[in-house]
Write a protein that binds this ligand. Structure first.
Ligand code: CP
Length: 317
């Protein structure tokens, strides 16, 4: 693997291989000494042009647990506010010796540009680009599903036949897009549920069913319900339907949560709008994997950094 830009680029073998390396990394997290010397001497730059809590911190933790040096860059408070371009920003950081660049950017395609422009010579990991993709989120989601379903027998397994309902603001969701492609590769059956106003125009080309009625989708007792954040910041004003109507019609409220089988996993990538797309009872229940997703994110990002920057696939040492 040279870069990690999109889950659409991943073969089934690559995806399962990465999830298996993440299992090795998770085993390291259970040890008293959580660090590996694997990336000693390498430098990872976290290049964040958009806000983040989970992704930025878990990439930093992942790089440090592999003994890499980490440079954190946030556009806020940097020379980006003086008009410095992506190219000049990236080349400035690369001049400080980056082997890997983790980039989050508001523009869809920015990581692809960085990886293919020849501006820098480093592995590029997409940490979320506009409304396009968030591949490590989808990988940690798949890792979480695999672990809940198969426990210690997860290694080598795909998600064949697993039913996943993804609910909410599909239009603005890079998490939904990355999940749809990865879950299809791993054999899962995906149903998207959203108000008609929050569905992308190209959705008919996605490998997923489309449903507008949440109650009908949940009546099928899916294995996984993944609630998405309403991304008000991308709507440039009021969104339709309004918050109250949205919560009533497309939210996982107490009544809908009570109807779900106890075996159904409730997922959310975070940050959550409690009371809008998900009720506190669902978010904090034993069926919720929200905190597991965050913990698993470190293992999955360790695996991605290891595979990109060590240039080989294998057992973690
Ligand atoms: N899930 C996710 O990307 O969260 P952050 O925006 O906090 O990184």
């Amino acid at each position: 693997m040279i870069h990690l830009l999109s889950t659409r680029d991943l073969s089934r073998e690559d995806a399962i291989g990465l999830l298996d390396v993440a299992e090795d990394m998770a085993a390291v997290q259970d040890r008293e000494v959580k660090k590996l010397p694997t990336l000693r001497g390498k430098t990872v730059v976290n290049l964040f042009f958009e806000d983040s809590t989970r992704t930025r911190i878990s990439f930093e933790a992942a790089a440090k647990r592999l003994s890499a040096d980490v440079i954190n860059f946030s556009a806020k408070g940097s020379s980006v506010s003086k008009g410095e371009s992506l190219k000049d920003t990236a080349q400035t950081l690369h001049a400080m010796g980056a082997d890997g660049v983790v980039i989050r950017h508001h523009a869809s395609g920015a990581p692809f540009t960085l990886a293919t422009s020849g501006w820098i010579d480093a592995g590029v990991l997409n940490a979320g680009d506009g409304t396009h993709e968030h591949p490590t989120q989808a990988l940690l989601d798949a890792f979480t599903m695999r672990r809940r379903l198969h426990g210690t027998a997860s290694r080598g397994r795909d998600l064949d036949g697993v039913s996943v309902v993804i609910v909410g603001d599909i239009l603005h969701s890079r998490v939904a897009r990355s999940n749809v492609w990865l879950l299809e590769t791993l054999g899962a059956e995906v149903t998207l549920v959203a108000p008609p106003t929050l569905v992308p125009v190209d959705v008919t080309g996605w490998p997923a069913n489309l449903e507008y009625d949440l109650d009908r989708a949940l009546a099928g007792a899916p294995d996984v319900v993944m609630m998405l954040r309403i991304q008000a910041e991308r709507m440039h004003g009021a969104f339709f339907p309004n918050s109250r109507e949205y919560a009533r019609t497309w939210g996982l409220d107490d009544a809908r949560f009570a109807q779900l089988p106890a075996s159904t996993m409730v997922m959310h990538p975070g940050p959550m709008n409690r009371g809008l797309e998900i009720a506190a009872r669902a978010a904090d229940s034993p069926q919720s994997t929200v905190r597991e997703q965050v913990a698993n994110g470190v293992s999955v990002r360790m695996a991605a950094l290891y595979l990109l920057l060590s240039g080989e696939r294998g057992e973690a040492r």
